[in-house]
Structures are given as structure tokens and as C-alpha cells.
Write a new protein. Structure first.
Length: 248
């Protein structure tokens, strides 16, 4: 029987998939609705077993918003960049969809970290690393699609390395605040918890053009290897529990 947290992961994965379907049909605005509803439903479903999940999303959005403010005005911690869209949906110059994305992606990344490690300390480092891995695909796609641009070139398909360091630090700060105010979280490592993270790539593959198809493919390949590791880890644990194999 699936736990509530695993069920909430499936709901979130469905939200990413539905969002992709709307984007594939050409309606980017409507695509946000099923994803936001899925996030709310996922949080509600997981609340009994993972009461801190809403705080994780909240801190992801809050720290993400503050970092975007600093990034737009000071060029820190992402290097200097500017947004080219979202003119009608900004707060102090920061696009609202970007703020929401910080919380949603961090939620999906932390779920994926649960599939990779049982220890909380490991998850607090794994989730920011997974955020960076995902951004290796996000930024090349969005730059090519004209959503934002940097003032300088960088080595990762035109994206500055400072940007990825910034993603890690912002995600780490968000996770640290979450950990400070929460004491318990699920210890399970079901690989199904990785599905929302993988589902986030559907839209990225759809939006990728010539210049960004390769970075999306490389990022997804690395994510798929991690997913395979989570399956192997879960299988070994299940066999050990059943007394058919030694625990790793």
C-alpha cells in the first residue's frame, strides 16, 4: 500500500504532466492552473505524514524571491541578467511565475532526494544539487525561448557558472530554513518519489530548440541514472527486509 507522501508525489507528477499537455496545445497561461492545483493537492495529501512540506515550498518561494531581487539589482548570486517577458505579472520587478517555480521545483527536488537518501542531512545537500541539475536544462531552454538573458556569456551553453552556484546556495538556504523549523519528515525511499522531478522535464523537452536540446538531454540522462540508482537502492532494501539479501 502506498503511503500518503508517495501518493502526493504521484499527484504532483500528474500536475507536471497536465501542465505539459496544455503547453503542447499552445496555452501557456492555462498550463499553470493544473500544476498549481496539483501542488496544493499534493501538499494537502502529504500533510499528515510530512507536516513540514508547505514550509519547504514557502521558503523556496520566499528565498527565491529575495534572491531574484538581489539578482536583478546587484547581479548576485546569479550574475547579471534581465527578464524579457512576464511584464504583467511582476512584484518589484520579479516575475510571479518565477517565484512560484522556486517553490515547486524545490518541492519536487526534495521529494527526489527522499528517494535517494534516508538521512535528513544528506537530503539537505541532495535537494540543492538536484535543483542545479534541473537548472542545467531550464536556463538554456528559457534563454533560447526568449524568457530572459544574461549580459555576459558563460561556459554552459551560454549560461554563467555563477548562476548555478547561486541556484545551489539559494536552494540550500531554503532547505536550511525548512530544517530549522521542522523536526520530522518521512524516512521512506520509494523511487516513485522521483517521478515529479522527472516529469518536470516534459515541458523542457517540448520547449527546447536547437541550442538547448543537448543540455536538456544531458541533464535528463543524469537524472535518469539517479532514478535508476533509487530503484536499485529500494530493491536492495526490500530484499534485505524480506531476509533475502544483506542490507547495504
Amino acid at each position: 500500500m502506498l503511503s500518503r507522501v508517495t501518493g502526493s508525489a504521484l499527484v504532483l507528477a500528474l500536475g507536471f504532466t497536465a501542465s505539459y499537455a496544455f503547453i503542447a496545445l499552445g496555452d501557456e497561461v492555462a498550463a499553470r492552473v493544473p500544476l498549481l492545483l496539483a501542488v496544493l493537492a499534493s501538499l494537502a495529501l502529504s500533510l499528515k505524514e510530512w507536516s513540514g512540506a508547505p514550509l519547504l515550498v514557502l521558503f523556496g518561494m520566499l528565498v527565491g524571491f529575495l534572491s531574484e531581487l538581489a539578482g536583478l539589482s546587484l547581479g548576485l548570486p546569479f550574475s547579471r541578467y534581465t527578464y524579457l517577458r512576464f511584464e504583467q505579472a511582476r512584484v518589484l520587478g520579479v516575475p510571479v511565475p518565477v517565484v512560484l517555480a522556486w517553490g515547486i521545483y524545490l518541492y519536487a527536488s526534495y521529494m527526489a532526494s527522499m528517494a535517494l537518501a534516508a538521512g535528513r542531512r544528506a537530503r539537505l545537500l541532495l535537494a540543492p544539487a538536484l535543483m542545479v541539475l534541473l537548472d542545467l536544462a531550464i536556463d538554456p531552454v528559457m534563454v533560447e525561448a526568449g524568457f530572459w538573458r544574461w549580459y555576459g556569456e558563460g561556459p554552459w551553453f551560454g549560461i554563467p557558472i555563477e548562476n548555478f552556484a547561486g541556484w545551489f546556495l539559494v536552494s540550500l538556504a531554503s532547505c536550511a530554513l525548512y530544517a530549522r523549523l521542522t523536526r520530522r519528515e518521512p524516512g521512506e525511499g520509494n523511487p516513485l518519489l522521483f517521478l515529479p522531478y522527472l516529469s518536470a522535464y516534459l515541458t523542457l523537452f517540448h520547449m527546447a530548440g536547437r541550442a538547448s536540446a543537448l543540455p536538456v538531454s544531458l541533464s535528463f540522462a543524469a537524472a535518469s541514472l539517479l532514478f535508476g540508482y533509487s530503484i536499485a537502492r529500494y530493491a536492495r532494501s526490500a530484499l534485505a527486509t524480506a531476509g533475502l539479501s544483506r542490507a547495504p
